[in-house]
Design a protein around this ligand. Structure first.
Ligand SMILES: Cc1cc2nc3c(=O)[nH]c(=O)nc-3n(C[C@H](O)[C@H](O)[C@H](O)COP(=O)(O)OP(=O)(O)OC[C@H]3O[C@@H](n4cnc5c(N)ncnc54)[C@H](O)[C@@H]3O)c2cc1C
Ligand SMILES: NC(=O)c1ccc[n+]([C@@H]2O[C@H](COP(=O)([O-])OP(=O)(O)OC[C@H]3O[C@@H](n4cnc5c(N)ncnc54)[C@H](O)[C@@H]3O)[C@@H](O)[C@H]2O)c1
Length: 468
């Protein structure tokens, strides 16, 4: 029986464990913090649960346009209920994952694992486990999966204190909402929290080192998010790189590299993540990492050392739970001799959970504009969609990219309150090489937001060639 040891129990680790157990391997998973890992306990699950509360408040605010009037002074958001729900839901999700792993026969050890081979180049590997109970154990493995994830990046000049200068993992211990939250860093994490706190009624200033929010996302989409954010009272400091964050009495002072200062009651540091790859014995097995600390892997999750795979945020391939999970599964299928399709990043659907959401799949508008990918693009504002009008939805759009000669759908962007749900038909088109005509001939519900996807298909279908 193949002995598999998995270091880390986030989506990369636990999904890999489930696959390996299904194939009859002897699987041991070592996780420091709890089943589900950083994703479930601190990052993805808590943030999306918090954002759900913010969304509920937004729905109440926006209901007046539909004739349901709730005076703002009557809307109260109970911070203890919100934070309590976030924490208990994360723990419940973690417990569910733990129970599933146990029922599939995965052995779990709570502790910290490190590679401990006596020399590089061995066929089987040794893993030293420092148990949370103080007991050290040594395991032997034919296959190892490193799935140790990543942690918030800390700037020396802005060290979180857990009270007023915070990482996103410390937010849910606050007893009151901040009076004025300064969010530093306008990547996906910063944009999501800035939007959520703004929607929940907290004064927010977003410090963006670039000209705009979400520099890596579709520019049209980012413009909508910025407009909604500022329309609802959010402040934006552009071209603003934080040099330091310090406390002064009940305030935090963010000093920017150009000397400007932003003052608020709390600062949330969202300046990226660093991989958890230090001190895990990579040198013992001969895995070399660049300065970034990310472990290089190929498209079936192999590291440079035979029998050792890596998956998820510790590889830096695409820091998403869905990608981490697929990398983990692919590693196990490959290790256990199953024919496996290599990871295809082109078909990954991703979503930014701002208000409204941004969902994307396939090639980007930036690649089309740069001339790297020839494509025809069509964008349709949701304000022209009948269902959107009925529900009072004004902001948002659907955009499709197709190959000019064949009409094959190669990318899409949706900006809408539930874009994460609407992106699936476009993702299926990209994954399966469907054309604009395939979308055009599909019957969508009337009235529906997805009707705009088939409508764009109809407008683009003559590029399939038939209509000249
Ligand atoms: C605020 C935030 C929100 C996010 N929201 C989303 C989202 O909505 N959708 C999405 O797809 N992605 C989201 N992500 C990204 C997603 O959380 C990560 O891509 C995902 O967690 C990666 O999974 P992983 O298994 O690689 O690592 P993790 O989930 O970080 O799990 C790794 C685990 O390994 C443990 N570990 C580390 N070292 C050791 C060791 N030596 N021994 C044993 N255990 C160890 C860690 O304690 C950790 O629990 C979000 C990220 C952040 C920061
Ligand atoms: N919904 C989701 O799927 C979701 C949510 C959150 C994070 N993630 C993933 O996690 C990964 C990390 O995202 P992230 O947003 O945490 O990190 P990031 O590295 O993408 O963004 C950090 C931002 O902070 C800025 N920054 C760095 N130092 C700064 C300073 N001193 N002052 C001001 N700005 C500064 C950077 O320029 C960058 O724009 C991404 O790959 C993302 O896809 C996904």
């Amino acid at each position: 029986m193949t002995r598999i040891v998995i270091m880390g129990g986030g989506p990369a680790g636990y999904e890999a464990a489930l696959v390996a157990a299904q194939y009859g391997a002897e699987v041991t998973l070592i996780e420091t913090d709890g089943p589900g890992g950083g994703c479930v306990l601190y990052d993805c699950v808590p943030s999306k649960t918090f954002i759900a509360s913010a969304g509920a408040r937004t729905s109440v605010r926006d209901a007046d346009e539909l004739g349901v009037i709730v005076p703002p002074q009557k809307v109260d958001v109970d911070v203890e209920v919100v934070h309590g729900r976030v924490k208990s839901l994360a723990l419940a999700q973690s417990a569910d994952i733990g129970a599933r792993l146990l029922s599939e026969g995965v052995a779990m050890i709570a502790g910290r694992a490190e590679l401990a081979d006596s020399a590089p180049g061995l066929a089987a590997h040794r893993i030293l486990v420092h148990g949370n109970d103080g007991v050290d154990t040594v395991l032997e493995a034919d296959v190892v999966l490193i799935a140790t994830g990543a942690s918030p990046r800390i700037l020396d000049s802005a060290v979180p204190d857990g009270e007023r200068i915070l990482t996103w993992r410390q937010l849910y211990t606050l007893k009151e909402f901040p009076e004025h939250l300064i969010v530093i860093g306008s990547g996906v994490t910063g944009a999501e929290f800035a939007s959520a706190y703004n929607e929940i009624g907290v004064k927010v200033t977003l410090v963006s080192s670039r000209d705009r929010v979400l520099p890596s996302e579709d520019a049209d989409a980012a413009a909508v998010i910025e407009a909604v954010f500022t329309e609802h009272g959010g402040g934006l400091a552009r071209r603003a790189r934080a040099a330091s964050v310090v406390r002064e009495g009940d305030e935090v002072v963010v000093t920017l590299t150009d000397g400007r200062q932003v003052r608020g009651s709390h600062a949330l540091m969202t300046v990226g993540s660093i991989p958890n790859t230090a001190g895990i014995g990579l040198d013992k097995v001969g895995i070399e990492v660049p300065d970034s600390g990310f472990i290089p892997v190929d498209r079936v999750s192999r590291t440079s050392v035979a029998g050792i795979y890596a998956a998820g945020d510790c590889t830096g391939v695409l820091m998403l739970a869905s990608v981490a999970a697929m990398q983990g599964r692919i590693a196990m299928w490959h290790a256990l001799g199953e024919g496996v399709p290599p990871m295809r990043l082109r078909t990954v659907a991703a979503n930014v959970f701002t208000h409204p959401e941004i969902a994307t799949v396939g090639i980007s508008q930036a690649e089309v504009d740069a001339g790297t990918v020839p494509a025809r693009t069509m964008m349709m504002p949701l304000s022209t969609n009948p269902r959107a009008k009925m529900t009072g939805m004004r902001n948002g759009f659907i955009k499709l990219m197709i190959r000019p000669a064949t009409g094959i759908v190669i990318g899409g962007v949706v900006v809408a309150p539930e874009a994460s749900e609407l992106i699936l038909p476009i993702a299926m088109a990209v994954q399966n090489g469907l054309t604009a005509k395939d979308l055009a001939y599909t019957l969508s519900v009337y009235p529906s937001l997805s009707g705009s996807i088939t409508e764009i298909g109809r407008r683009l279908m003559h590029y399939d060639g038939d209509l000249g």
